[in-house]
Design a protein. Structure first.
Lengths: 797, 160
């Protein structure tokens, strides 16, 4: 690599347009389009007896009203179950518009299209839906007791049940190993619901070209390629006649990977039917009650361990609340189950989950995707063991670590990608040493004493995690050098703020030896690249980054071959520097990449002077072979794919010092330290930004955010006034250090970084609050009033 | 519903629109005047994405009717850069310090911070934190936003 860009904190190329209001998000598009609004169920569980639209018909600007009965055959079926799994014996998905029964507040019942959104909402307000109320099922434990059913044909409200067990080296099952262990503990843990909550909600805008009989859809999605296939399938259109583009997306964090949303098929359908552009932009309340949540689990833990704190057996039973439907399968509880062992060697491990229906918003991945719950469980367990033995919490962790010479390390489980869970690389002991130094773990006792002398109460906490990132099956990259010397890179996955245009340009510029300014990157536009999976699971850099690098290598090889001919040199003696192919050691002998691009495409017509060089009477062609040799293609471009054998495993450890107010029980984070290992860094500035943002969401989940459902299935805090996301005043300064253990699995040696920051935060804060208070913390989030209640309960004993 | 004719000075340009009385200023800016840089994140005045400057003061444009702004001066994110396109110190600082990721909340922060530094060119850490504490960001964790504000103050000082 001659142009050193990989690994540099290059400023983001997205920023100039985003800083000047020139970014184009979904609702910035389609001026003049009709707009849709939805009548959504106000009840958690009800039968629709009648829909009366008559009062709405006189609304000025009304264009159309649709209910389930208006939908054509393919659309009238339930939406796809995206990730089937043998254990998901009772998967259920919603209809685009409710048919007969609604199963959560917010489920769409009627779609209205009008001249603008105000008028569409006027009409919605006048539509009368007559409901017969059914018994709502709220709360995962109540649902598991199955007094009432969310789906009449799903006994016990159990959508899925899965057991995975890894026996000990001696062949013991986890329960046997626990029975035989010198020490055993059993306890219960609870985690509340939260949600991705991007500041831009979902949105869809569809343009039907009646002359061309083609459809262009813009969606605020994390997967434009798959939305495209879903739309083509649901609307019965030939795939080449459908294009889907993810414009600027104002945050995703997981919720926008779900597809097709009802609106993603209904809006294009209406656009075709009406012969007019139609747009729908989700409002905040809709996002709360009609998109997706995550996190809620109840965990029952039994652990057996020896005198050093080494885990001999761990047995975890999880009740997972997946809401009313399972469009995304059981990915979240699978990830919880399989990422739970973290950086540790567990003697034997058994994990069982039941994924349960409730009359609440569906549960699909939110940044971390089941891992925060897994880490909460494992790390609370480590703290319990330390407490039981009177040992240092970090010593117990260290006693259980997988050692650096034990990679690849097979955890014996099947991961979320259906492939073996084998850690590729890492250095957990070193990571912990770095963290302890960064936070001052060993000198904390003095700090605590000094604080205590001032009447202050402080505590320190720690949490470790391993994150499977870069899941397959694949991503691709296309790289084209045009005759002006510019490099056009495209990949199918989408961007929601991760700086892909910058990071991927750094990779391409490094691989091709061209200045960064000449590289442009397009993501999430099926017109440019049709094959992709999407942006989730900390996979974009690993998957598309490597695919783009491989495509660049193809282009580079071809460029050197063509240039070698032009320079009458051996391709092995050539290098590309600053966009010039030159002979190593003789910088004077060179040809610009732009000219190579011209030469790569034999022409009949000269459209400009440069192109003239490639026309049929220019130069001295060889008459022994055709202008485009066998096995060759015209143009200086390349396409390649990266499809990993399995996921690559990033890791990290966090520590925090918190202060709890002796009177008010207010919890304040004084310091927050992160040691993070995502292999080689493409752009450290971007990686740190991802960590900061992840930690902030983790702090939200640990101290503030929860979805408060009442017994009727009403979400009581469906606004930013009541769902408390952290502001700048609530988020601590993050002190971060990087460890770089390259992945041996991919050409760039990188691992994913997107979700990492959020994963251990609840575990870390719980550990620190427990340390400050001497009160067991076993449910998160924790508010001051809850801590106050815990203090009272403890005093009463 | 009868439309009402209003006149606003937006980013130094006199703009006229005919709007229903209930039309939000945010919708008027975005959809009647085509200035889509002002974003709408909650429509209940909490997130701060829609913050614009009304007669120089930060306001939530989703909490104000367009007709209320009749006769007033509005500055949106599109009006922060110099007429020749040079980014303002606040915009430059955000780029330099990676103070944005998805960019959706950014226009609100930029308007808020522009007013903050105009009134207090050398804010303390506490004052910066308080100054941006009315705007939500879901991507950055605020650390680089706070850094950007301090950097913007530096740039302003260097250039004055």
């Amino acid at each position: 690599m001659t142009t050193k860009l990989f690994g540099e904190p290059v400023r983001r190329r997205e920023d100039p347009r985003l800083l000047t209001g020139q970014g184009r998000y979904l609702d910035d598009l389609g001026e003049g389009s009709l707009e849709a609004a939805f009548v959504r169920s106000p009840h958690a569980h009800a039968r629709i007896r009648d829909v009366d639209v008559s009062a709405a018909l006189d609304v000025d600007g009304l264009v159309a009203i649709y209910t389930w009965e208006d939908l054509p055959a393919l659309l009238a079926e339930p939406l796809p179950l995206l990730i089937p799994h043998p254990a998901l014996t009772h998967g259920r998905t919603a209809y685009p518009l409710a048919r007969d029964v609604v199963r959560h507040v917010g489920e769409p019942v009627v779609m209205v299209v009008a001249r603008d959104r105000y008028l569409a909402e006027d009409a919605c307000a006048l539509i009368r839906v007559d409901y017969e109320l059914l018994k709502p099922v709220v709360g995962v434990e109540q649902a598991a007791q199955s007094a009432h059913l969310v789906h009449q044909d799903v006994p016990g409200n159990v959508g899925a049940h899965l057991v995975q067990e890894v026996r000990s080296a001696a062949g013991l099952g986890a329960r046997e190993a626990i029975e035989a262990a010198p020490h055993t503990l059993a306890f219960r843990l609870d985690i509340e619901r939260s949600a991705s909550m991007p500041l831009e909600g979902r949105g869809v805008y569809a343009r039907w070209d009646a002359d061309d009989r083609s459809l262009r859809v813009y969606s605020s999605t994390q997967t434009s390629t798959s939305v495209r296939m879903a739309i083509a399938a649901k609307l019965g259109l030939p795939l080449p006649k459908v294009e889907v583009i993810a414009p600027e997306v104002g945050g995703g964090f997981g919720v926008k990977i779900v597809h097709p949303w009802p609106e993603e098929v209904l809006v294009p359908w209406a656009a075709i039917l009406l012969g007019h552009e139609v747009k729908w932009t989700e409002d905040r309340r809709e996002h709360f009650v009609s998109s997706a949540h995550e996190r809620a689990q109840v965990q029952f833990v039994r652990v057996g361990f020896d005198d050093e704190g080494r885990v001999l057996g761990l047995d975890v039973t999880i009740l997972h609340d997946h809401g009313a439907y399972t469009p995304y399968g059981i990915i979240v509880p699978i990830i919880t189950s399989t990422q739970l062992p973290g950086p540790y060697k567990l003697g034997a491990y058994r994990v069982e989950f039941s994924s349960i229906y409730t009359n609440t918003v569906q549960v699909t991945p939110y940044r971390g995707a089941g891992r925060p719950q897994a880490v909460f469980c494992m790390e609370r367990t480590m703290d319990r063991i330390a407490e039981h033995l009177g040992a240092d919490r970090t010593a117990v962790r260290a006693a259980n670590f997988i050692q650096p010479d034990e990679f690849p390390y097979d955890q014996g489980l099947i991961f979320q990608d259906g492939r073996p869970l084998i850690y590729d690389s890492g250095d957990y002991p070193r990571s912990l040493r770095m963290l302890k130094e960064l936070i001052g773990w060993d000198s904390f006792a003095e700090l605590r004493e000094r604080a205590a002398a001032q009447g202050r109460r402080i505590g320190i906490g720690v949490g470790c995690y391993v994150e499977g990132t870069g899941v397959g099956p694949y991503e691709g990259g296309h790289v084209q050098v045009t005759s002006d010397g510019r490099v056009h890179v495209s990949t199918g996955l989408t961007s929601q703020g991760q700086g892909h245009e910058t990071a991927f340009a750094q990779i391409a510029a490094s691989e091709l030896g061209v200045p960064l300014e000449r590289v442009s990157v397009v993501t999430g536009d099926t017109r440019r690249f049709g094959y992709a999976v999407g942006t989730f699971a900390s996979r974009a850099a690993v998957m598309s980054g490597n695919a783009i690098a491989l495509a660049c290598r193809k282009v580079r090889e071809k460029a050197l071959r063509i240039a070698a001919e032009a320079l009458e040199a051996d391709p092995r003696d050539l290098e590309i520097v600053d966009g010039e192919v030159r002979v190593v050691g003789s910088p004077g002998v060179s040809v610009p990449l732009a000219t190579v691009a011209v030469l790569s495409n034999p022409l009949r017509y000269a459209f400009d002077e440069e192109a003239g060089r490639a026309t049929q009477f220019a130069g001295t062609p060889s008459f022994d072979r055709p202008p485009v040799a066998e096995g060759e293609e015209p143009g200086l471009e390349g396409r390649d794919y990266y499809s990993p054998i399995r996921s690559t495993f990033a890791s990290g450890m966090h520590a925090a010092i918190v202060e709890t107010d002796p009177l008010t029980a207010e919890i304040r984070i004084l310091r927050y330290a992160v040691v993070h290992d995502c292999g080689n860094l493409i752009n450290p500035m971007i990686v740190e930004g991802q960590i900061h943002g992840g930690v902030a969401q983790g702090v939200g989940g640990a101290l503030y955010e929860r979805m408060v459902y009442d017994e009727h299935g009403q979400l009581l805090n469906a606004s930013f006034m009541d769902f408390l996301m952290p502001y700048a005043t609530e988020v601590p300064f993050v002190e971060a250090a990087h460890l770089q253990t390259p992945s041996p699995l991919n050409p760039l040696g990188i691992k994913g970084a997107g979700e990492a920051g959020v994963i251990p935060v609840s575990a870390v804060i719980a550990s620190a609050v427990e340390d400050a208070e001497g009160i067991r913390i076993d449910r998160m989030p924790i508010s001051p009033s809850e801590l106050f209640g815990l203090r009272r309960a403890t005093e009463a004993h | 519903m009868t439309d009402i004719a209003i006149t606003l000075t937006v980013n130094g340009v006199v703009r006229r629109a005919k709007v229903p009385g209930r039309r939000l200023l945010s919708d008027c800016l975005r959809h009647d005047l085509g200035l889509t840089g002002t974003h709408v994140g909650c429509e209940h005045g909490v997130c701060g994405c829609c913050t614009v400057l009304l007669d120089g003061e930060p306001v939530r444009s989703c909490l104000m009717l367009a007709v209320t702004a009749d006769g007033h001066e509005v500055t949106t994110v599109e009006g922060l850069a110099a007429p020749d396109g040079t980014l303002s110190p606040v915009q430059r600082a955000f780029a330099e310090c990676h103070g944005l990721q998805c960019g959706f909340c950014t226009p609100g922060f930029l308007c808020t911070v522009t007013a903050l530094l105009r009134d207090n060119p050398a804010p303390s850490d506490e004052e910066v934190l308080e100054g941006v504490s009315g705007n939500l960001c879901r991507c950055t964790g605020y650390q680089n936003i706070v850094k950007s504000v301090h950097r913007a103050a530096e740039i302003i000082a260097e250039e004055s």
